[in-house]
Ligand binder design. Structure first.
Ligand code: ADP
Length: 443
């Protein structure tokens, strides 16, 4: 700056002397003025070039200028570069932040002070049936029309969450959403959505289960307390007392069976998957189940009844890798059901077949009453019975098939039910080849 001022004075002095030499009366002033004028003109021209460069978004190379203008341009260039880097890194951070919110399994919607959608992630769009781009700046109540949500939004006391029905057309099943608003910034709101369908379903199932168990226990308890009252209040002879005690013992056994089945179910749910290294020999497993079934068949016979025919076929030298107690439970439930539901004189066949792909199949076929097709898909639900009183009469808990299905799932197998009303039933368990050991073929 100093050298530039010095230079200007120097050239003014030279021009003034030149002017004086040419025209002594006014040349001095004119010479100095001419230098000033040319200097201003030159600065104006350089300023114009700089403005042009800046105006054109500085995409072109900056004008090449020396001196103070060159300095100015260098400083501007440095400043602009720093600014550009800062903007780029801020943009990258914003992009990363938005990508992280996009990846969230929960829905996120940013609402402006008027309740319009400023931004939302794909999950929120899916949950609320919106289009993440098209619906920007739409008022949220125009898109989420659930009255519970409207009331929640207008209450402005966003404590806790509300549960609403999901609206998306692309979701096949009905969904339940938890929706929560949080205020932030200046009157802005963050709307969070979470799919709670599974939680709501599990909750409903738990409530149903507790209601069912209470109902199942209350029935024998009511009968027993009636008998106790009778024993306490009526003068009964020994034979009558004996009869009542026997009836009470039947009810107590019913409760015991129910509690046992509930315990089996809870153990199935709470324990680790069965190991693939514990062999269970089919013949010894089946001999216990067969004698139990024959005992049950005899016990349920009435005087004059034709006996049921029980036919068992068990191959030798085959083991299943799994938990003996669970396998016993699944198989005996199917065999005992066949015995319980088949009338006197009926035929029950239980046989094992090794399939060509090394899987093994257990089938129980009976000549009982059969099951109408509309009941088949629900038979493995807990406490589902086709004929409630028939099941209770024969000592059923309504949990046998649920247990069998669970055991098969844990062993990587499946339970198949085929039946036709009036034509008997066929229950099949199929175990995967990985759980079958054929000792005969190893020798
Ligand atoms: P339950 O203890 O009542 O027998 P299960 O879960 O074992 O409960 O069976 C569910 C229902 O399936 C039974 O209540 C019965 O209606 C029907 N069912 C099961 N096995 C047979 C069968 N072999 N023949 C006819 N109906 C059957």
């Amino acid at each position: 700056m100093f050298s530039r001022t010095l230079g200007l004075f120097f050239w003014m002095a030279v021009a003034a002397l030149g002017g004086y030499w040419l025209h002594p009366s006014s040349g001095l002033l004119l010479g100095a003025f001419l230098v000033c004028f040319l200097t201003v003109l030159k600065d104006l021209w350089k300023g114009q070039k700089l403005t042009h460069w800046l105006r054109h978004n500085n995409v072109q190379e900056p004008p090449d200028m020396g001196g103070i203008w060159g300095d100015l341009i260098d400083r501007m260039k440095r400043l602009l570069n720093e600014q550009r880097k800062l903007t780029k890194s801020e943009q990258q951070r914003l992009q990363d932040f938005l990508l992280a919110i996009q990846a969230s399994p929960n829905g996120v919607v940013l609402l402006d002070p008027e309740g319009r959608i400023e931004w939302c992630n794909q999950t929120a769009a899916l949950h609320l049936g919106m289009d993440a781009k098209r619906d920007l700046m739409q008022h949220v109540v125009h898109l989420v029309r659930d009255p519970v949500f409207k009331k929640y939004l207008t209450s402005e006391a966003y404590e806790g969450e509300v549960i609403i029905d999901g609206r998306s057309a692309s979701l096949q099943k009905a969904v339940k959403l938890s929706v929560q608003l949080h205020s932030y910034g200046e009157n802005r709101n963050l709307l969070l959505t979470r799919d709670v369908t599974a939680v709501a379903h599990a909750d409903a199932m738990r409530r149903d289960f507790v209601a069912n168990v209470s109902h199942e226990i209350r029935t024998p308890l009511t009968v027993m307390s009636g008998f106790i009252e009778t024993l306490q209040s009526l003068p009964l002879d020994a034979a009558e007392r004996e009869k009542y005690l026997e009836l009470m013992s039947v009810q107590a056994l019913r409760m015991q069976d129910l509690v046992n089945d509930l315990l089996i179910l809870s153990q199935l749910e709470g324990s680790n998957l069965p190991s693939s290294s514990d062999p269970v020999a089919l013949d010894s497993l089946m001999s216990g189940i067969e004698s139990e079934a024959r005992g049950l068949s005899e016990a349920q016979m009435h005087a004059g009844d034709e006996p049921q025919v029980l036919h068992f076929e068990v191959p030798e030298g085959i083991q299943i890798l799994g938990v003996a107690k669970e396998l016993h439970s699944a198989i005996s439930n199917l065999v005992n059901n066949a015995v319980r539901y088949t009338p006197a004189g009926g035929l029950i066949t239980a046989l094992w077949t090794l399939l060509p792909d090394q899987r093994i199949q257990f089938t129980v076929v009976d000549t009982g009453p059969g099951i109408a097709s509309e009941h088949l898909p629900r038979l493995t639900e807990r406490f589902y019975r086709v004929d409630r009183s028939r099941s209770r009469e024969s000592g059923g808990t309504g949990l046998g098939l649920a247990i069998a299905k669970h055991v098969m799932q844990r062993h990587g197998g499946e339970l198949k039910i085929e039946s036709e009303l009036g034509k008997g039933s066929r229950f099949t368990l199929i175990f995967p080849a990985s759980r079958v050991v054929t000792l005969a073929s190893e020798n």
